[in-house]
Write a protein that binds this ligand. Sequence first.
Ligand code: PGA
Length: 251
Amino acid sequence: MTEHKLVVGNWKMNLGISKARELAEKVVKLSSDLKQTEAWIAPVFTSLATVAEVTKGSSVKYGAQNVHWADSGAFTGEISPSMLQELGCSFAIVGHSERRHIFLETDELISKRAEGALKAGIGLIYCIGETLPVRENGQTNELLASQLEPLVKVVEETGVKDLVLAYEPVWAIGTGKVATIGEIEQAHSFIQEHWKNKTNLDCPLILYGGSVSPDNYAEIVALEQVGGALVGGASLVAEKFSTLLTISEQR
Ligand code: PGA
C-alpha cells in the first residue's frame, strides 16, 4: 500500500464531527512536511465526510474502523465497501481486538470483511494479536498463524495485496503496558516468515499497536521489522500524534 512508514490514528468511538474537524485540521498541518512517513486516520463513520473535506489535497489518508462485505442489504448497523468508497476511504480496519473480543467477531466473519473490502478496492489494515493467557502458555506464534490463515486465503483468492498488517498484543491495547522490544521483534519476524512461507509473496508492512506513545515509539520504530504504528489513545492528542510523526521521520 505504501513504501513509507505509517502512523495510523485509530480514533475508536471518539470525536464527533466538530472535534474530528479540529483534530483532522491539525493532522493535515503536521503532515505537510513529512518525507518518509504517512499519517492515516480512522474516525467514526459520522465524521468521515468531514475528515474527507478537511484532508482534501493533503497527504493524509483516512479510512473506516469497520466494513461489511455486501454492497447493500438488511445488515443493521453495518457499512458497505461501496459506501466507504463513495466517501473516499483508502482503507478499513478489520480484525481489531476490540471487534474480536468485545463484539465476538470470529476469524470467519473477519475474513468475509477482509474479502469484501479487498474485492471492492478498499485497502485493509488487518489486525492480529494474542491475549495474555495465550502468550503465557507459549502459544503466541500458533495463534498469530491461525489469525493470518483466513487472510492468506483471501489474498490467494482475490490476488489483491492492498493491505497492511497490524500486530497488536491484546494485553497491550489501552493498558499502558507495551510489549518489550524483544517481543515485538520476535512477533514481527514470525509474521514475516510465516507470510512468505504461506504465500510466496513479500510480506506487507507490519504496524505495531498497543499503548504506543511518544515515550516508547523511538525504540519500537527503530526495529527493522516495524513498518509503523497503529495508535489509539495517543492519536487523540495532537501534540502526542505530532511527536510520533517526528520520531518516525527521524528514524
Ligand atoms: P492504544 O490502542 O494505542 O490506545 O493502546 C491501539 C489500538 O487499539 O489500535
